[in-house]
Ligand binder design. Structure first.
Ligand code: PLP
Length: 365
């Protein structure tokens, strides 16, 4: 029996998404073609655009489909290349390594954006773009987006937000939050991988990364991934329609988990936090050791930090929060989602207790 507790990395495909994809996957849907197949593909994409617009508060004309959030973040950040960009020090690598040189905005020890530091940086020099994520993928901490975007706009900067971990987990309204560019990804909410979207407000700028065709109103060239977009929209609809029950279900799991964890340091426990994420450090061992031991028990969790190379690196987020290398190298992240049950949490807790007892015995031997 396998237990999957790594939804912030990717989520299992929802049935709704699978069905939506299968119903279009075999058809020759090039949405730019004028024949019936093409028009059918176009209609699937336009209906998906409406779903994403209503999930984010964006106008339907301001949703651009792409290959995911890495592309979305690159599209926005590279558009401002050569101008001053401020980004929080806890952003995903898809923002921090998006190309242009960034000036990092520090976070507090609690893992929350330091708004005073942001204001100071904005006063220093004219800034073109401020980038702050809505929910941090490692800690689950919800960032003060409205306050940050107000500051950015007051100082003449536009505001980008990586909303990957927020879609389907909390409500998003880009107008209320003052977000000019919002990046989204399908696979964190049970849609397929390799598809995402950029949701924008009318701010006078349309960032374009990929040229070469007129698709997506020339904002993103390349034949649209019709099946992927259909799956993304179906997963979004399912997530948004069940938001209340998702939140209460994941909160109950989070409480069970956090009440049972002993002798660990849970990050952001008093901050405003996503109900599906618990990041904690475990004294006397390393993330790598724990991840491998849990994997042998059939339990998939993460150390939290973006791990595209397969290596376990100390978390840059925890280091930005002032933790030392040792603590940042001993973190575990449990992230739950639409299909997680209490039994999954119980299995994790039993395995974790067993592994910790073994580590302790070895240390005392
Ligand atoms: N931003 C955040 C906060 C993420 O968690 C991820 C995924 O790990 C990404 C961006 C990258 O998303 P994608 O896999 O769609 O490129």
């Amino acid at each position: 029996m396998k237990t999957y507790l790594d939804y912030n990395a990717t989520a299992p495909l929802r049935d709704e998404a699978r069905k939506a994809m299968l119903s279009t996957l075999s058809s020759p849907h090039n949405a730019s073609s004028v024949h019936g197949f093409g028009r059918e593909g176009r209609s699937i994409i336009e209906s998906a655009r409406e779903t994403l617009a209503s999930a984010t508060g964006a106008d339907t004309t301001q949703i651009i489909f792409n290959s995911g959030a890495t592309e979305g973040n690159n599209t926005v950040l590279k558009h401002f290349d050569g101008q001053r960009i401020l980004a929080s020090s806890i952003e995903h690598a898809a923002t921090l390594q998006a190309g242009p040189k960034l000036k990092e905005i520090p976070v507090t020890e609690e893992g929350v954006l330091d708004l005073n530091a942001l204001e100071k940086l904005l006063k220093e020099r004219p800034t073109a773009l401020v980038s702050v994520m809505l929910i941090n993928n490692e800690t689950g901490i919800i960032q003060p987006i409205k306050e940050a975007s107000d500051l950015a706009h007051k100082h003449g900067a536009l505001f980008h937000c990586d909303g990957v971990q927020a879609l389907g987990r909390i409500e998003i309204d880009i107008n209320a939050l003052g977000i000019d560019f919002l990046t989204l990804s399908s696979h964190k909410i049970g849609g397929p991988q390799g598809v995402g979207a950029l949701a924008m407000r009318l701010c006078g700028q349309t960032p374009i990364l990929i040229t070469g065709g007129g698709q997506e109103k020339s904002a993103r060239a390349g034949t649209e991934n019709v099946a992927g977009i259909a799956g993304f929209a179906a997963a979004t609809k399912a997530a948004i329609n069940n938001l209340d029950s998702y939140q209460s279900q994941t909160k109950a799991l989070q409480d069970t988990l956090e009440n049972a964890l002993q002798n660990v340091k849970i990050y952001g426990q008093n901050a405003s936090r996503a109900t599906n994420t618990t990041l904690f450090s475990v004294p006397g061992t390393t993330s790598e050791r724990l991840l491998m031991a849990l994997d042998l028990e059939g339990i998939a969790v993460s150390n939290g930090s973006a791990c595209s190379s397969g290596r376990v690196e100390p978390s840059h987020v925890l280091k930005a929060m002032g933790e030392n290398d040792k603590e940042a190298s001993s973190a575990l992240r449990i992230s739950t989602g639409w299909d997680t049950t209490h039994e999954d949490i119980e299995r994790f807790l039993n395995a974790f207790e067993k592994i910790m007892a073994r580590i302790e015995r070895k240390q005392n031997a």
